[in-house]
Design a protein. Structure first.
Length: 500
């Protein structure tokens, strides 16, 4: 019997009422294993109503109450790492160790939320004028929503909702319909931790659900992670409806390798950053820029390492890389490799014919490596979101920086070098929101914020860290003047000490 994933509204699972369902496949076999209910406008409205009702009390709850619940949730999340990772592997396809790593990175933000007290401390200035004090405080927005992608079905929601609910908001999650089960498990754990009904809700669906969240007058802010075209649409639509928006888009992350770099370390980094999680991550290195005469040596070192990667089902402990999320996506990724030679690239490794014995109907693609890729090629210009690494050649550091800065994306980038001066110049001159120095995937730790520049971010706030706290709260300044009791008119004397 096919499993059905329903919504989570008002503290309980709610059966889908729209009659519309989407298929969820096991990427390793291609078989449909689950149906996910798609929400109607009325079902989204019910979730918003539940969240709005819950905000009336949750928004006034004490910091101690909120963080106590989050500490309990953290313990439950830690105890259920394997169970959540298994759900991710079954629906996304990534190997179990990678799925466990995703949960661990999400836990970092839960840790941050557990200590939100420090982030929410206000400011006070006394005696700005005679007997006048000024204080600054931050208060929650109300009902907020998160729309999250398929590639990290546990981690990306945890970039959002722990900070949102810790700061006193109530939250509606619209996860990817391709791998929805992890979100329901998280909802169950939050409920078990004692989170009041309606504070965290999950609605599944497609554009109908998304558009209703963007338009609903009671939704005060929207967080999004996904492709650039959808991020732009989310930002434009939600902003037009008066909402605060943080919309993180796509990426084409470059790794600049200078002639003095440790080429073995650079090759190791390029392989892990390009092919980990089958390249389905916005911080993947998808373009290596080789400077000077090192190009041939670096490409050969990358090829040697890439050919040894073991590809297989995510639940096989020996697998290092799993399948892609859907057959449609697999075919799109393959098209970039199949058309690369005609656009002037040299195909060093072609993974488009790869399959796994016994799992022939899975969404398989092997490792692909393209060298001497022209900047006009589609494989370079587009975010492929698969295990395809492009290598570009330049003669100088300045040419490399100019090439990277010409990209419309500005998510993450890295430089590999032994020269501290060159690294310092790079981190100042490069136009990207996250920079790694001899670190290929510079995803910030939880107490720093994640986000890119240019077409990789729409809105003023990055996610989590200080930006996350500011995004989910709004500032208020209070100016106060109280008369001194010693100056009260003559009459009843309650014994106030007159010591001045």
């Amino acid at each position: 019997m096919t499993k059905i994933v329903n919504h989570w509204i008002g503290g309980k699972a709610v059966e889908g009422a729209s009659g519309t369902y989407g298929p969820v496949t096991d990427p390793a076999t291609g078989a449909v294993t689950t149906k996910v209910a798609f929400a109607s406008v009325e079902e989204v409205d019910a979730a918003v109503a539940a969240a709005k009702d819950a905000f009336a009390t949750w928004g006034q709850s004490s910091l101690a109450q909120r963080t106590t619940i989050l500490f309990r949730f953290r313990a439950l999340l830690d105890a259920n790492r394997d169970a959540i990772a298994e759900l991710i592997t079954a629906e996304h396809g990534k190997v179990h160790s990678d799925a466990l790593g995703e949960v661990a990175r999400g836990l970092e933000i839960v840790d941050l939320a557990c200590g939100i007290n420090v982030q929410l401390k206000g400011e006070l200035s006394t005696q700005v004028a005679s007997r006048v004090d000024v204080s600054s405080i931050r208060q929650p927005l109300g009902v907020v929503a998160g729309i999250t992608p398929f590639n990290f079905p546990a981690m990306v929601p945890m970039w959002m909702f722990p900070i949102a609910i810790a700061t006193g908001n109530t939250f509606i999650l619209k996860p990817s319909e391709k791998d929805p089960s992890a979100s329901l498990k998280i909802a169950e754990l939050l409920s078990e931790a004692g989170l009041p009904d309606g504070v965290f809700n999950v609605v599944h669906g497609d554009k109908v659900a998304v558009d209703r969240l963007l338009e609903h007058p009671d939704v005060k802010a929207v967080s999004f992670v996904g492709s650039t075209p959808i991020a732009r649409y989310i930002h434009t639509t939600a902003s037009a409806h008066g909402k605060r928006v943080q919309a993180l888009g796509g990426a084409k992350n470059h790794m600049l390798v200078l002639p003095d770099a440790d080429l073995d370390a650079a090759a190791d980094a390029a392989v892990s950053a390009a092919y980990g999680s089958a390249g389905e991550r916005c911080m993947a290195i998808s373009a290596v820029v080789a400077v000077g005469a090192i190009g041939d040596t670096l490409v050969e070192k990358i090829r040697e390492r890439a050919e040894k990667i073991k590809i297989g089902p995510g639940n096989d402990p020996s697998s290092e890389m799993g399948p892609l999320i859907t057959k449609v996506h697999r075919d799109k990724v393959a098209s970039y490799v199949e058309g690369a030679a005609a656009e002037g690239a040299e195909v060093v490794l072609d993974g488009t014919g790869f399959t796994v014995e016994g799992f022939e109907d899975g969404h398989w693609i092997g490792i692909s490596l393209l060298d001497k890729v022209p900047t006009g090629a589609k494989a370079y210009q587009d975010e492929i979101f698969g295990p395809v690494l492009c290598v570009l050649r330049v003669d100088t550091y300045d040419e490399g920086v100019a090439l990277i800065n010409a990209s419309p994306f500005g998510n993450g980038t890295a430089i590999f070098t032994r020269d501290g001066g060159a690294a310092r110049r790079f981190q100042l001159e490069i136009e990207a929101g996250m920079v790694g120095v001899n670190v290929p995937i510079p995803v910030p730790v939880g107490y720093h914020s994640f986000g890119g520049w240019k077409d990789s971010l729409f809105g003023d706030h990055h996610v989590y860290g200080n930006d996350g706290t500011h995004f989910y709260t709004r500032g208020k300044v209070v100016t106060t003047r109280w008369p001194d009791p010693a100056d009260a008119p003559a009459g009843v004397d309650l014994g106030f000490p007159r010591n001045h």
